[in-house]
Design a protein around this ligand. Structure first.
Ligand SMILES: Cc1ncc(COP(=O)(O)O)c(C=O)c1O
Length: 376
């Protein structure tokens, strides 16, 4: 086995840090107001019930490392209601300090030095960061536009990966899981003794009558799921989330929590438990807001494929246009597609996690540049 390069050579440039830099530089230059659609940072606040529980917690001791039983029960109740999956809160639930940390824990739990980890290409760039910390070898799991951005398992038939990451609704491709994708993934994994970690960060954002399935509806032996309140409840800075499913993987991640972060602050746990419990009408309201923005963007921007889910749009850049050029000409920040993997080259991700007026203004400006460039 070839020796892996040292840690700080393996770590890629942090993609979103770079996007923030580009936005800061564009703002510093002056000129018309810069509108940043590069980052997915929700503009809608957390539900009042979560904020009240956080304030009421007023607790300052160490939290139980494995999370409060009431939170683990609230997680199980949410899965039963949303997915008809009955989780054992003691064996199948790990409370983690944000799913970004969970990506690294899952990779550490599944893959030893040199093992292969399959990452969707295009896919969320922080998989690369989290997994680089583990010393595993990363291989792309190709998603093709012509296949609705669903995985091409034939392309990786010769691999025996320790772990495969999946993410539907997909960041950045903005599509939902299509019928049979999870079944094919589980069949592939069973043949090769592979763990699957499915990232359901945008599970509440499936549009036009679609439902985002949990992979646990298909398999709970070798599949686990990451679940984040960052987008669904607008709690992105809270740094709390959970991993549910395959008991062996969950047990390893719980062990890593004990050894590293020692749990999550009690107030955050109580806030999350409150958010997960009771009437979820606010979640439907959030979905309606993002769908409205999606429709406005799709109507204004010619050639945009209408997103099936998430609060992003995945845009094939017309010939002659680049993200750098659009930042200059339209003063709109976009996330360059190649940062999501080799198959993202020529594409850009637009975030709808900004106020409606900004979506409208950005779409008008982009459409204006497009019209001028096609007449050049
Ligand atoms: C697909 C995906 N997974 C995970 C995360 C990280 O979420 P968290 O805030 O729970 O770390 C994000 C955030 O943008 C995401 O888009």
């Amino acid at each position: 086995m070839r020796a892996a390069p040292p840690l700080f050579e393996r770590l890629p440039e942090q993609y979103f840090t770079r996007i923030l830099q580009v936005a800061a530089e564009a703002r510093a230059k002056g000129g018309p107001r810069f509108i940043d659609l590069g980052r997915g940072n929700p503009d809608l606040p957390p539900p009042p019930r979560a904020l009240e529980a956080l304030r009421a917690a007023d607790y300052h001791g160490y939290a139980p490392f494995q999370g409060e039983p009431a939170l683990r029960e609230a997680i199980a109740a949410r899965y039963a209601a949303d997915h008809r999956v009955d989780l054992d809160p003691d064996r199948e639930v790990a409370v983690i300090p944000g799913t970004k940390t969970g990506i690294m824990f899952a990779a550490l739990a599944a893959a030893a030095r040199g093992d292969t980890i399959l990452l969707p290409d295009p896919g969320y760039p922080d998989y690369l960061s989290g997994v680089a910390l583990t010393n595993a070898t990363m291989k792309p799991l190709p998603l093709e536009a012509s296949a609705g951005w669903q995985p091409d398992f034939d392309a990786v038939a010769g691999e025996r990966p320790a772990l495969m990451m999946l993410n539907y609704p997909s960041n950045p491709c903005s599509v939902c899981e299509h019928e049979g994708t999870f079944e094919r993934a589980v069949a592939y994994a069973r043949e090769r003794d592979t763990w699957i970690v499915h990232d359901l960060a945008y599970g509440f954002l499936a549009f036009d009558g679609r439902r985002a399935r949990s992979i646990l509806e298909v398999d709970r032996e070798r599949s686990a799921e990451l679940w984040s309140p960052s987008k669904v409840y607008g709690m992105a800075g809270w740094r709390i989330g959970f991993l549910v499913g395959a008991p062996e993987l969950v047990a390893r991640v719980r062990d890593l929590v004990d050894h590293t972060t020692a749990g999550v602050y009690t107030g955050l746990q109580r806030g999350l438990a409150a958010a997960l419990t009771g009437d979820q009408a606010d979640v439907a309201e959030r979905r309606a807001v993002y769908r409205r923005r999606r429709d406005r963007l799709a109507a204004a921007l010619p050639g945009l494929a209408v997103p099936e889910g998430t609060f992003y749009a995945w845009w094939r850049l017309p010939d002659g246009l680049s993200v750098t050029g659009l930042v200059e000409e339209a003063r709109v920040g976009l996330a360059p597609g190649e940062g999501f993997g080799a198959r993202g080259k020529g594409w850009a991700r637009l975030s709808l996690a900004v106020p409606d007026e900004d979506v409208d203004e950005a779409a008008d400006r982009l459409a204006g540049v497009l019209a001028t460039s096609s007449g050049r």
